[in-house]
Design a protein around this ligand. Structure first.
Ligand SMILES: Nc1ncnc2c1ncn2[C@@H]1O[C@H](COP(=O)(O)OP(=O)(O)OP(=O)(O)O)[C@@H](O)[C@H]1O
Length: 715
């Protein structure tokens, strides 16, 4: 029945086909299981959480499944029901409740951010944010303004919990009266100043991926598509809908369009709280106005929006509901934007008529460094404004406390904090990531062309140098050289390909992981699968050229073993490259470290120094070197059972020649079957991949934790 459902639904929808296949596998897994606990554990692991809960409640996965007597009819019916539910769910019939919109009140109290500066003995600390406090009610657009370096980005990062490790952050950030919990990321969009996007995807593809990845299965496919179209239109991206994002090497959308795509990607998840760092930087006046109007619309729809902005024009200024003016990390003004002019006037700084208030505030809160007298005067002005604002804050504190967060908003936030963090189940994550990685990789033609041309050139150069090898001992040495060079070529090409491609997407992956868009495991597997064809093609092309021109062992079986070993070697090397680049803090460091590791593994490959010649206490390194297993395998494959390698008696009188097995004995490979290097290589490929995955999994960017303020600790 489940197979039938699979067959029927395959042409309708790819996801349905995927889940149908999963259903069949699930059926098989349950069929071979011996107890219902195992079956339930498997279902819990693989099924979307909402579906699992639904199945438990509806009895499909009850404790009576597969009771002692193995009631097959009952079991098959229930299993079919489970598969059909999965398929229907994927077709858009939802069982999970749609994420309801909540109103978000954001509050921060006494935020103090300090960073260490200077080296060793001269090390001091610099205060970047100095006791900032405010309450932002729901449905408001808050603009944070101030001179450059006043701490705007630091404040937004502190509110988002994304201040990079290396300082200390004290105070409180409350969402609907609660400290930021597990659900904070799912209701928050954080738009950074830097645009990190895949260059080889179009605007539409980028948006579509974000919608499918960040929205839960409870939002139907049609709704996701409609949301993508709406955001594209809202941000004025319709005319570049099918243009590539582009990069320094690929012509793509303009800087402003890129920025809007970055904002749009975050808007797709329908966040209730938006934190944006300079969303208008790099945009012309018209585009900046558009983006800010979009943000105002979102705020009017009930969302809370916080955006830093540099000297907005007056028409943009009029869009703000609330305004926060900072100077030197201190509050200069916080309150309704429409009351700011009156406030500064009450402090003795009247904004001239027909003057843009944003420009006026920027002038009066900036320190003038042009002369010592001007500097002193501006510092005195700022001190006065800080003083006056602190008095106002004191007076307002009681009123703010009276306007506490409504109990239903707090309860809604508590519910969101209890929700699972990831919007989609693992299989959906995997299928989306695989599709994106494939598109990105298959369109990135230049590295592929370079890889294949380089393989052709190196293959023919090697073949030309070693063609027509005689069956003498010198010829055997040449063949060993060819085998070793084959190992080196496949290793270097694969490691450096990983070092080149992986860091380029590391920033995007970091951002998506921080927003809990998906797990690392499906990303890693999808990436591995996308690299596979190029690695296989490269190894095969190299093998076809070198093997037959050089004239290595002339049997079909030996040729296929050669190709299989070099492919496995390339895959292990690729994994090693990913592990190295994930473990290194930057691309430059990775490129400095990788050659060192490769040279060490090369020295222990068994060619330059034979296994017997390596000091006993260092031999264990051979077992960590994929080059050792690959070289061993290629050598056994080529020399085992081969006829006599004669001597060139005129050059070396008295030489008796050697058989292929004798050569293997000299290299320390006697008595080993060709399966041994296969197993060794496969284990190392798996081990390197696990290491790469583990490094990636645990190398998440670290942020400063928020600790209680010193005053609160004392209290
Ligand atoms: N980790 C750090 N170490 C030392 N100084 C830092 C660190 N982070 C920020 N700063 C300093 O803190 C100040 C505030 O930085 P921030 O980026 O928040 O300012 P900003 O108002 O957003 O500036 P801009 O408008 O130019 O983007 C700057 O002087 C910056 O140099």
């Amino acid at each position: 029945m489940s197979c039938f459902a699979f067959a029927v639904l395959c042409p309708i929808r790819q996801d349905a086909a995927y889940f149908g296949l999963f259903g069949v596998l699930f059926a098989a897994a349950v069929g071979v299981s011996t107890g219902n606990n195992w079956c339930r554990a498997l279902a819990k692991l693989l099924l979307p959480p909402e579906l699992y809960r639904h199945l438990r409640h509806s009895g499909v996965l009850s404790d009576t499944l597969l009771p002692n007597g193995w009631e097959w009819n009952l079991f098959v019916n229930r299993l079919t029901a489970a598969v059909v539910v999965v398929l229907l769910m994927q077709l858009g019939i939802n069982f999970a409740p749609t994420a309801e919109s909540i109103r978000v009140t954001l509050e921060w109290r006494d935020l103090r951010y300090t960073v260490p500066v200077g080296r060793r003995r001269q090390r001091t600390s610099k205060t970047i944010l100095e006791g900032l406090s405010a309450v932002l009610p729901p449905g408001r657009l808050l603009a944070i303004m101030g001179p450059t370096g006043c701490g705007k980005s630091s404040l937004v990062n502190a509110l988002a919990g994304r201040l990079p490790a290396g300082g200390s952050l004290e105070g409180e950030v409350l969402v609907n009266g609660l400290p930021r919990g597990r659900g904070f990321k799912s209701i928050t969009a954080y738009v950074m100043q830097d645009d990190v996007l895949f260059p080889n995807l179009t605007v539409f593809e980028t948006m579509e991926f974000a919608a499918r990845m960040r929205l839960p299965p409870s939002v139907s496919a049609a709704e996701k598509a409609a949301r993508v179209e709406a955001v594209i239109n809202e941000l004025g991206l319709a005319k570049c809908r099918d243009t590539y994002i582009g990069s320094a090497f690929v012509r793509g959308v303009s800087g402003g369009e890129r920025k809007r795509v970055n904002v749009g990607v975050e808007l797709l998840s329908n966040p209730q709280l938006l934190l944006l760092d300079e969303p208008t930087s790099g945009l012309d006046a018209f585009q900046a106005q558009n983006v800010m109007e979009s943000l105002q619309n979102l705020a009017q729809g009930g969302r809370s929006v916080v955006a830093t902005i540099h000297q907005p024009r007056s028409s943009i200024y009029s869009l703000f509901d609330m305004l926060l003016v900072l100077s030197e990390g201190r509050d200069m003004y916080y309150g309704p934007a429409g009351e700011a002019v009156a406030w500064f006037e009450s402090c003795g700084f009247a904004c001239p008529a027909h003057y843009n208030p944003a420009d006026f505030f920027a002038d009066i809160v900036a320190i003038d460094h042009r002369s010592p007298a001007a500097e002193e005067a501006s510092k005195a002005r700022i001190a006065l404004l800080v003083d006056r604002f602190n008095q106002r804050q004191q007076q307002q504190r009681e009123a703010e406390q009276a306007a506490a967060v409504p109990a239903e908003d707090q309860a809604a936030m508590e519910k969101i904090n209890d929700r699972p963090s990831f919007p989609n189940p693992l299989p959906t994550e995997f299928s989306l990531l695989l599709r994106r990685a494939w598109k990105q990789q298959s369109r990135d033609r230049l590295p592929q062309v370079i890889t294949l041309v380089q393989t052709l050139v190196l293959g023919f150069v090697l073949a030309a140098l070693f063609s027509d090898i005689p069956t003498t001992l010198a010829g055997a040495q040449d063949e060993l050289g060819v085998l070793f060079m084959s190992c080196m070529f496949n290793t270097m090409a694969s490691i450096f390909a990983s070092l080149n491609t992986f860091p380029a997407e590391a920033g995007i992956i970091q951002r998506e992981r921080i927003s809990k868009a998906y797990h690392v495991s499906p990303y890693y597997v999808a990436r591995f699968l996308c690299d596979l064809p190029l690695r296989v093609a490269q190894s095969l092309l190299f093998g076809v050229i070198v093997y037959w021109i050089v004239g290595l062992k002339g049997t079909a079986a030996a040729f296929f073993i050669f190709c299989a070993l070099t492919i496995l070697l390339a895959l292990a090397s690729q994994a090693l490259g990913v592990a190295v680049s994930a473990a290194c803090p930057s691309e430059k460091v990775a490129f400095a470290v990788a050659p060192g590791i490769t040279v060490i593994l090369m020295l222990f490959a068994g060619f330059l120094v034979t296994y017997e010649s390596i000091p006993a206490w260092l031999r264990w390194i051979c077992y960590l070197s994929h080059l050792y297993y690959a070289f061993m395998g290629l050598t056994i494959n080529n020399f085992r059972g081969s006829s006599e390698w004669s001597c060139n008696t005129s050059a070396t009188p008295g030489c008796a020649g050697a058989s292929g097995d004798a050569i293997l004995t000299r290299l320390g490979f006697e008595g080993k079957g060709v399966w041994e290097p296969f197993v060794g290589l496969a284990c190392l490929a798996l081990g390197y991949n696990l290491a790469g995955y583990a490094v990636l999994r645990f190398s998440k960017q670290k942020f400063i934790p928020l600790t209680a303020s010193t005053a609160k600790k004392r209290a």
